[in-house]
Design a protein around this ligand. Sequence first.
Ligand code: BG6
Length: 481
Amino acid sequence: MKKEFPKGFLWGGATAACQLEGEFDKDGRGLSVSDIHAYNDKLNRMSVGEEFKENSNTIQQLKDNMENKELYFPKRYGIDFYNTYKEDLKLLKELGMKSFRFSFSWSRLFPKGNEDKVNEKGLEFYINLVDEIIKNGMEPIASIYHYDLPLNLTFTEDGFLSKKTISYFENYSKILLETFKEKIKYWIVINQINLFPVVLFGSFGIADDENGEVSESKRFNALHNQFVICAKVKALAKEINSNMLIGTMVADGHNYPIDCKPENIKLAIRKNRQEYWITDVQFRGEYPKNALNYFDENNIEINWIKDELELIKNNKMDFLGISYYFSKIVDAKKHNMKPESYMTNPESKANEWGWSVDPVGLYSTLINYWDRYEKPILIAENGFGFEDEITNNEIHDQNRIEYLKEHIKEVKDAIYDGANVIGFCSWGPIDLVSSGTAEMTKRYGFIYVDRDDFGRGTQKRIKKDSFYWYQQLIKENGENI
Ligand code: BG6
């Protein structure tokens, strides 16, 4: 049997509204939680092996940021895609992309999140955008929520913690599913539903308490509400057009033991089972025993309503989106069962932000998820952030090419070994604002955007060497990799 990618494989690229659209206050758009992420020079550059930390977001800090006129908020401006999408999509067509993952900005459609009626101007933008994606020969892959809750819902509802947010989300997604029922087949309800320990505020929009914390009880209740939301979206899709596929999405997933000491192996197994309980809920329809044990041991009470559990059971997800950046390492001497307790791989080389490179981790993640659920898998994100050097209008980004080549080889192996992988979306096919650090310097694109961390530059788009490499790879359907 030949190692190959299936016909019709969705080679593509992935983006998010809050990192590229800009025009944060145009045509009636409201502020979202991402619009108050200020650029600062104490960026999240970690050393390898370090654990993640997030900034604090108390109500007072949020209000201060809203009013602050001195700081720069890159996600408000993105790469101005709201105005440049036609030219940008043309370039991505030239790149040969077969799919384009984008997200809707909830606050462009419902500025405060809780209105009954959609903001028509916002909807018009997305109708045009989706038409343009299709016109350029790409399959649109839509995320309904990617780290940009309407900020108003943080103040009025404590984000996803409130049951009211579930019904606001339902109203929001109903409009989307109805409007795009014939045009969008693949839907990801919530970006990286498992990554809340790292992207806490973006995931849930819950303000921190005075100690700069969000309790575990709040986190798991908000997560439960997101499970209910996913199930509601699936139920709506069944009614509106059952050809639409509703997916969930997780980040990374796989934990390695630091060595072969039995206690480290056991911890890795337990941590991996803990990762899986999120997808267990969404593919098997029930909370597994280890999740219930964790709640019990940590005095977490979930405010679940019987009907919600029924809904989840009857509305399982159709496919799994995975974003993969690095593998995770656990060491029983340092780590415990808290979801945020792990580190990046100290054995691998890493970029300046401490993200270590481990292509094989992608293979194991794909195979493990495939074997567990046997649901189609979309690689919804993969890529590596670098600071690109530009000389004479050229960018020779061999490091990006090497990174992607090695990862795509592992995807090919996973497919050969039986995993049903339907597509590969490289993160940020055109440079965009970093989610974690809100800077432009951490670039992922095949297309360079001449714009710095403060939005200065010509805004010109320049094709990097990786552009031609990815173009060729797509042309050959990955045959020579
Ligand atoms: C993923 C997010 O976790 O990682 C993207 O879904 C994000 O939004 C990507 O951009 C890369 O992270 P960063 O912080 O380098 O932009």
